[in-house]
Design a protein around this ligand. Structure first.
Ligand SMILES: Cc1ncc(COP(=O)(O)O)c(C=O)c1O
Length: 306
């Protein structure tokens, strides 16, 4: 799985900071025979779950000869994927161009700049779809200068989770996992992890979470009915869908800070809320979810909650 594109000693060390995240046991109000736990995904290069997809996208493109010193990686992102690309590519010495909706938080803008990414801002009214369109146009105009990574359509995204996240969960639960619960953004986490878990044990239930409305504060999630499904998404995989409100996620941020000692991002807290709901409905089982990132990029949300 290793990548080496530059002679720096750092290039070989990227992989050791991707994946292999701890599984944190959590408390819940359900039956004694029910366990619930979450993967601490912020403990990776770039500080989020997207390290897995970004690394695999970059590695596969380098191996195919599509990403080289003379070709910039180009993608649309509103946050974590861009930060993960920037962190990994700065270690590999390769250039990056991101298209980002202009209403991205100041924390994110500062991180992109600090990590050396070239950023082009697109209209806030067109969301990440507008950023995708602009990135696609630039790649079509200058195919020799850019590798358009297209995280929403790139199979390396879900394969990253198929080959790492699912096997980690399987080992960390000694094969005892009964339910996997995760929110949908690009859908790479849910599709890749879910596909592999079903192969390991077809009885494992896959629960997909979505924001309860098109206008929501669950950064990283998509409301698929209004935003449209990414092409890597497979609507047949989920056994069940649950809608989570932003208010529930905010309440779960408070609760996790007091009861578990972790400061969560809105989407991590929304995953916790979904996992707790499943735990409350069963008599025995092992519910696993993801904590994609922590509070640190969401200062304004956190400051208003406490
Ligand atoms: C904070 C956060 N949560 C959840 C997700 C969803 O993950 P995925 O894109 O794998 O569906 C993302 C994706 O960018 C994210 O940044």
């Amino acid at each position: 799985m290793s990548v080496s594109v530059t002679p720096t000693p750092f290039s070989t060390s990227v992989e050791s900071f991707i994946g292999n995240t701890p599984l944190l046991p959590l408390s819940h109000a359900g039956a004694n025979q029910v366990k619930i736990a979450a993967k601490l995904e912020w403990q990776q290069l770039g500080g989020s779950v997207k390290a897995r997809a970004a690394y695999r996208i970059i590695r596969d493109a380098i191996n195919r000869g599509e990403l080289r010193q003379d070709r910039r990686l180009l993608d649309a992102t509103s946050g974590n994927t861009g930060i993960a690309y920037a962190a990994i590519l700065s270690r590999l010495g390769l250039p990056l161009t991101l298209f980002v909706p202009e209403n991205a938080s100041e924390e994110r803008k500062t991180l992109f700049k600090a990590l050396g990414a070239e950023v082009r801002y697109t209209s806030r009214y067109e969301s990440t779809e507008g950023a995708q369109e602009a990135a696609r146009e630039l790649a079509e105009m200058h195919p020799e200068s850019y590798f358009y990574a297209d995280q929403y359509s790139n199979p390396s995204n879900w394969k990253a989770h198929y080959e790492s996240t699912a096997d980690e969960i399987w080992k960390q639960t000694d094969g005892q996992i009964t339910h996997f619960v995760a929110g949908l953004g690009t859908t790479g986490t849910f599709i890749g992890t879910g596909r592999r878990l079903k192969e390991l044990n077809p009885d494992i239930k896959l629960i997909a979470l979505q924001p309860d409305s098109a206008l929501h504060g669950l950064e990283g999630w998509k409301h698929l009915e209004s935003a449209g499904s990414p092409s890597i998404y497979d609507h047949r995989l989920a056994d069940r869908f649950i809608d989570i409100s932003t208010e529930n996620a905010y309440a779960a941020i408070r609760e996790a800070a007091r009861n578990e000692g972790v400061l969560l991002s809105p989407s991590s807290a929304a995953n916790l809320s979904g996992a707790q709901r499943i735990a409350s409905e069963i008599d025995q089982g092992f519910v696993v979810t993801m904590f994609p990132d922590d509070y640190s990029k969401y200062g304004s949300v956190i400051n208003n909650l406490f």
